[in-house]
Design a protein around this ligand. Structure first.
Ligand SMILES: Nc1ncnc2c1ncn2[C@@H]1O[C@H](COP(=O)(O)OP(=O)(O)OP(=O)(O)O)[C@@H](O)[C@H]1O
Ligand SMILES: [Mg+2]
Length: 246
């Protein structure tokens, strides 16, 4: 296992749409409430909106609002219009992903903030180029990871695959957060999955987020995300060992 060079966390997920942006923003809101100067980053964003050369990532906009960050060019240095994996989007849009620019932006963010939250792209093995994956970016940033998982049926397999891929690469897995746990009409799978996954993987479960009323990434609405995140997620385990934990 390698140690993190600078304080921060990489939020990955079992899949696209699992809730990485919601978790990253919830953490940003909770850390700000503790008085921590927190920065956010979405290193590569697809499914962006707007005119060419002025593409806007809705994920980055949501994160920026949560963290009250400036510096959009550092937070979202590589943007694509198509809702595709980055590698394919870059081929379709004939625009390379400049990894050096991403590394520089990440280092620059650390000059402005005490703790940097990076949202991944899809899951760990999403390709950014033909031979460079999200997992390579985590290694480059030397960050511990949090895994965001769906609550329901199918998540045991997806989560254990993600844990395996992270363990093989020597990543420091801080824990798993389950997202969109229904408050009513929940299934047996939703109730039992966290314990089963913990027992099978040994990875800490940091908590779970319910379906949050009034929350929507695309329209930049938070509902009670901060309060719920503070109440349900073991934030100290995410911060453990960083100066922000003190
Ligand atoms: N706990 C929740 N309560 C209500 N809505 C949620 C919750 N979690 C996620 N959503 C909604 O589900 C959608 C997907 O969530 P989110 O954008 O966080 O996923 P993601 O893993 O970041 O996806 P991507 O891979 O596209 O970055 C968004 O529209 C978001 O508003
Ligand atoms: Mg997202």
């Amino acid at each position: 296992m390698f140690s993190s060079s600078k304080p921060g966390i990489f939020i990955t997920g079992t899949d696209t749409g699992a809730g990485k942006t919601v978790v990253a923003a919830g953490l940003a809101l909770a850390l700000r409430a503790r008085g921590i100067k927190v920065g956010v980053m979405k290193p590569v964003a697809t499914d962006c909106q707007g005119v060419p050369n002025r593409l806007v990532s809705l994920d980055a906009a949501f994160l920026m609002e949560a963290a009250e960050n400036e510096f959009p060019a550092l937070i979202s240095p590589s943007r694509f219009r198509n809702a595709l994996s980055p590698h394919v989007a870059s081929i379709v849009e004939k625009k390379d992903i400049d990894l050096k620019k991403i590394y520089k932006a990440y280092q620059e963010l650390h000059k402005h903030y005490d703790f940097v939250i990076v949202e991944g792209i899809g899951g760990l093995l999403v390709p950014l180029t033909k031979d460079y994956f999200v997992s390579n970016l985590i290694r480059e940033f030397r960050l511990p990871v949090v895994i965001v998982s769906r609550a329901g049926l199918g998540t045991i397999n997806h989560t254990l695959l993600t844990v395996d891929a992270a363990v093989i690469r020597g990543f420091d897995i801080r824990g798993i957060i389950f997202n969109r746990i229904p408050a009513v009409n929940y299934s047996i799978a939703e109730v039992t999955n966290p314990k089963v996954i913990h027992d099978l993987s040994g990875v800490p479960i940091l908590g779970g987020l319910p379906e949050i009323e009034g929350l929507n990434v695309e329209s930049c609405r938070f509902g009670k995300l901060r309060e719920i995140f503070q109440e349900r997620i073991q934030i100290d385990k995410i911060l453990a060992g960083t100066p922000a934990a003190v």
